[in-house]
Ligand binder design. Structure first.
Ligand SMILES: [Zn+2]
Length: 149
């Protein structure tokens, strides 16, 4: 439930957003519309504002501008959609716990360059996987989240 453009977007945010959208094959997770030909119409939707550094690069939804705006105005539906995406109530609880972890937030702030490099590489891998999918080959579009080392 972000607050639009108030929070400065960095390079890691760009690569992370690319990863989120590629992992969903450039489609909106609410209406299903495909945005491969106009990727700017598809957005990375953070469940908790991007200003929360602990989960800034955690799992997020891929939503078109219309559905992004819609879920922000319909919190119960937003929760339902995100809970299904993350894999159930228990996973949602773990996500909320991560969002409250100050150490994780500090770690992410201090390692934003490493996060950017990680998601840049992951974005490149996902592009290759999307190509394999197009060719009917085995592929893996799961987004592997950056894990603190
Ligand atoms: Zn949509």
């Amino acid at each position: 439930m972000g607050f639009g453009g108030k929070i400065k977007r960095n390079q890691a945010d760009k690569h992370f957003s690319d990863c989120i959208r590629k992992s969903q094959n450039w489609s909106c997770q609410r209406c299903g519309k495909n945005y491969e030909d106009k990727p700017a119409g598809l957005q990375c939707s953070h469940f908790i504002t991007r200003g929360n550094w602990a989960v800034r690069y955690d799992t997020s939804l891929s939503l078109c501008a219309y559905c992004h705006n819609w879920v922000e105005g319909n919190p119960p539906e937003h929760i339902k959609l995100f809970t299904a995406h993350i894999g159930g109530e228990r996973e949602l609880e773990k996500f909320i716990e991560r969002s409250e972890c100050k150490g994780l937030a500090q770690h992410n702030r201090a390692n934003v360059k490493a996060l950017s490099a990680y998601y840049k590489a992951e974005s490149e891998r996902l592009s290759e996987e999307l190509q394999k999918a197009k060719e009917g080959k085995q592929h893996d579009l799961k987004l592997y989240r950056y894990i603190r080392r």
